[in-house]
Write a protein that binds this ligand. Sequence first.
Ligand code: AMP
Length: 404
Amino acid sequence: MRFTEFNFHPNLLEGIEASNYETATPVQEQVIPPIMAGKDVIASAQTGTGKTAAFLLPVMNRLLQNHVDGQVGALIIVPTRELAIQISQHMEGLSYFTHLSSIAIYGGNDAQNFVAEKKALQMGADIIVCTPGRMIAHLNMGYVNMKGLQFLVLDEADRMLDMGFQDDINKIIKALPMKRQNLLFSATMPEKIRQLAKKILHEPVEINIAISKPPEKIIQKAFVVYEPQKLPLIKKLLKEIPYKNALIFCSRKQTVKQLTRELKHGGFNISEIHSDLEQSERESVLSAFTAGRIPVLVATDILSRGIDIDTIDVVINYDVPGDGEDYVHRIGRTARAEADGAAFTLIGEKEQNKFAVIEQLLGKEVEKAVVPAELGEAPSYHPRTRAGHSGPKRKFYKSGPKRR
Ligand code: AMP
């Protein structure tokens, strides 16, 4: 689903475009419409699914229509300062072409920060992103006006309860108007979250996006390379690793066609599958692959779901898939039934951040294999999204419309 289909404010669409989001992720597709329809929502979605934009976009869209000067429009409560900073930065990107302002309020003993936060709160902000304890400290001082609040968002609610924030959350909620829209996001849905939801949410729409993790028995490795090293590396892998059937995924059909051409040229017995082929052609390619007449197949993501071929023992991702779910589906084509399998992902220079997001979703780092020396020097892995690479630049910002 494309973002133009949500009926967002044009200035918000500009921010989405500038953030390079093209299509909505599954959580965004399911969560945005009920929020825009004014419903309370409870969603189980992990980091990496695009859940932040799933609540930020409809909230921002409403506040663009219903902005009231000097009033807080939305309060987003999160467990950690890192998450508060991350959400603020996300909001900064998406709201770039709007008048919306936001403040991140998080703990720490810095008196100077407290004063800056106080000043910002007194000026008013459309969206506050906060950790519970610090917000209570400000609420207790009496200068935060929550009368115009339209949205309460609890993000990573399970972590907040694990960290013992239940009482703090209750205290904050007491300071909010009764009539408001409530959104609760949690990676897991244990009973205590359901209890919390019962207290806070009103007839919520329930959405479950938790993705399944790949089977442990799949050996996952990744090569961090420069783009031109990908072809020689694939050739080397296909020559040196043992397999019955190897499936190579590319995100675009043009890449599938080009890679197939290059590999055929290199003497490999190989075929391709993508949406340009007729159904009958696809079927005959698949049956040749399954029968072992063609040991290697290059495919787009049309083959990442559903197909179940026991003899696929190697999956190679020529490029990093669009999201974590595609990754899990792609590598899940190997190690079917009782068989074992290996999955190799080639990470180009521009794909490092995308892969780090997938690793976040998997909850682990995928082992980085050494690139063979004969392919020349390879880049190191330093994605921006990894912990420690996303420090705050500005803590408070009130952004007017800017030009590109
Ligand atoms: P989150 O699950 O909110 O932590 O988001 C994970 C990452 O996905 C972030 O780096 C977002 O910028 C990115 N992202 C969110 N929505 C989209 C989208 N529709 N298209 C591409 N990237 C996205």
